[in-house]
Design a protein around this ligand. Structure first.
Ligand SMILES: [Zn+2]
Length: 310
């Protein structure tokens, strides 16, 4: 009874300004996360995508974080509002989209979570966006600059904080996608032994993942025709467009490479060549475990929410 009363008090709390909204959600963050995660568990159950195991619990939690993070930004524009009700309506609206990203079972595999994790981060961080060219195709900075035909100013701008990705961003993406060190070793081993198989699998998954995350691009960064890409490169405009779209659309990346291949001597065509760890100066970055092993030996991700772009 007391519990119900607490809930009804929470539901009726009104935020009348952006400051009040920020304050309220900061105070009730764990409750809001629980609420978001409950909605997602229910949704997965109702759509036959649920199983009572740790990986589905992790999935609901990870998805809950993602939606809550978006809600924290979006909700500020909706004041005055009751944040608890607003969160419910935000999630209901998200899940009733014509094509919600109902996480396919395949995205629960280590490879699926790796691709989903780095791409999800790329939507929020430019460092992660630039890193996609390396993690997906093995392209280094100099190659990306030539493929995208960036001038010195543009390349300085997009790569100026790139070191942050090596230092912290990659690790954060791995933690948020629930990757453990042993899973990383496992997919690296798969790549060594069954290279063709993993490329085919990544090719299939990447289509779904990129298609989903491109929805967060500004509306005017849609796919272009071959002629439109040719015009953009010839006339030297649309640098943000190139960076954004080509990092998140393999089809268009292949088209633009093909258009400009005469000037790209020494750079191979974009083919999936997965790099699971960031390129580091002369060494492989080791993944510092941020997991606490519980009694069943299953990891639990470190919980944190942040709006920084590392
Ligand atoms: Zn495209």
């Amino acid at each position: 009874m007391a519990e119900r009363q607490v809930l009804s008090t929470k539901l009726s709390i009104l935020a009348t300004s952006v400051d009040e909204f920020d304050c309220l959600v900061a105070e009730t963050l764990p409750d809001l996360l629980d609420r978001a995660t409950d909605h997602l568990r229910r949704f997965l159950r109702e759509t036959g995508q649920w199983a009572d195991d740790i990986s589905h619990e992790k999935l609901a939690l990870r998805w809950g974080y993602e939606l809550l993070e978006r809600f924290l930004v979006w909700g500020r524009n909706e004041v005055p509002c009751r944040p608890y009700f607003l969160l419910d309506s935000f999630i209901a609206r998200y899940l009733s989209q014509p094509e919600p990203f109902c996480y396919h079972k395949d995205l629960l595999t280590p490879l699926g979570r790796f691709l989903d994790g780095v791409t999800a981060r790329a939507v929020l961080s430019r460092d992660a966006l630039m890193a996609l060219f390396y993690h997906l195709y093995g392209f280094g900075q100099g190659q990306v600059v030539r493929i995208l035909d960036l001038g010195p100013t543009e390349s300085q701008r997009v790569y100026k904080n790139f070191e942050r990705w090596r230092r912290a961003g990659w690790q954060r993406a791995m933690i948020e996608s629930g990757m453990t060190d042993s899973e990383l070793l496992q997919i690296e081993d798969q790549k060594r032994r069954h290279s063709e198989q993993i490329i085919a699998e990544a090719d299939r998954l990447l289509r779904a993942v990129q298609d989903h995350y491109r929805k967060s691009e500004p509306d005017h960064f849609r796919c272009l025709t071959r002629q439109q890409w040719a015009h953009m490169f010839q006339e030297g405009y649309g640098y943000d467009y190139r960076v954004w779209h080509l990092a998140l659309c393999r089809e268009c990346l292949v088209v633009t490479y093909d258009l400009r291949q005469d000037g790209l001597a020494g750079i191979p065509a974009p083919r999936i060549d997965l790099q699971f760890r960031p390129l580091s100066k002369g060494r492989i970055v080791s993944f510092i475990m941020k997991y606490r092993e519980d009694g069943n030996g299953a990891g639990r991700p470190t919980q944190r929410l942040s709006r920084t772009s590392a």
